[in-house]
Design a protein around this ligand. Sequence first.
Ligand code: AMP
Length: 398
Amino acid sequence: MNILVINAGSSSLKYQLMNPDTGDVTAKGLCERIGLDGRLTHKVPATGKKVEKDIPMPTHKEAIEAVMAILVDPEDGVIKSVDEIDAVGHRVLHGGDKFVASCLIDEACKQAIRDCIPLGPLHNPANLMGIEACEKAMPGKPQVAVFDTAFHMTMPPKAYRYAIPTKYYTDDHLRRYGFHGTSHRFVSKRCIELMGGVENAHRVIVCHLGNGSSLSAVKDGKCQDTSMGLSPLAGVPMGTRAGDIDTCVAQFIMNKYNMSADECLTMLNKKSGVLALSDGVSSDFRDLDAAAEQGNQAAQLALDKFAYEVRKYIGAYAAALEGLDCLVFTAGVGENSATMRASICEGLEYLGIKIDPEKNKTRGEEAIISTPDSKVTVWVIPTNEELMIAQDTAALCK
Ligand code: AMP
């Protein structure tokens, strides 16, 4: 089976053609600068081939057409005809409280994604453009929407409700939703498999630490709480996002610097986080590591603050889960940074978390990094959101 996985942003569109059973990726790539000019980067992992082309992409429709054309191209392509694509799976950011699972795309599904635009104003319109572009390019091809929020829909009200007047929940749907759900689902499911069943992994904390970061508390395979909220701005500090802050900070800045709410939110989303704490060194953790090693105090503070806030969430979620069986690190930082994992786990021995420094040297592959006598099994498990999307798509199209 060939599933085309699409992740459409406002001016970009990532794609992967993959086999949902083996996880083999036949081709993958990226359309950039949609609406400006248009650039396609296409890779074929089996041969290592990489093609870069400037192609006019006034809208997502032309971007999808460019993807279709290169996939069937006699020289650079990997399939003979679009008929070899069995179905398309789309990453969709916000499913509101309407979607607890992935779903086949029809008019009602598209309307529900449209209804969630106020909750995901930057991403949902782009996701819809990707869906509609595929409908035009491949009429009748089954399409599936996989929501970043869906895995978190099992949270109880005490976790998802904000302590503000009820009408904002009932009338406006303002509540914690959480994001990176496809990753949290993939990684917690894999952890349970690797532990030999849920009986050995009742209480799992997943730390998805990348450019965007979030944690989830998972009990018996179901999400109980997560650190992002109505939007991906909440939780731990991130590459450029502030994470949790006192709302009065925003009010103060808006009043003193005559900023609109949107301008203030842009600052909190794009100019904050470890980028801001490091006084502009970088939002990239590799750069921060290098700068801190050279003695840059601000970069060191950014790393310390990040580790401290992640550690606090682990403590909070161990309390929420009434104990802990497994702690899992995933995403760019979680999979690759031994120093960050060690720094986060430092001082968590009282929770039964004991890291083995040798095992912790692992990078980018499944591994246990705790000592044999650690009460909590600490894992590195690479995430694979595309595979999860492909598997959901295959299951719904069978
Ligand atoms: P992601 O958003 O999951 O792609 O993760 C991107 C982040 O992972 C960036 O901040 C990278 O600096 C970080 N990252 C990737 N490799 C390493 C590494 N070896 N050490 C530290 N951070 C890393």
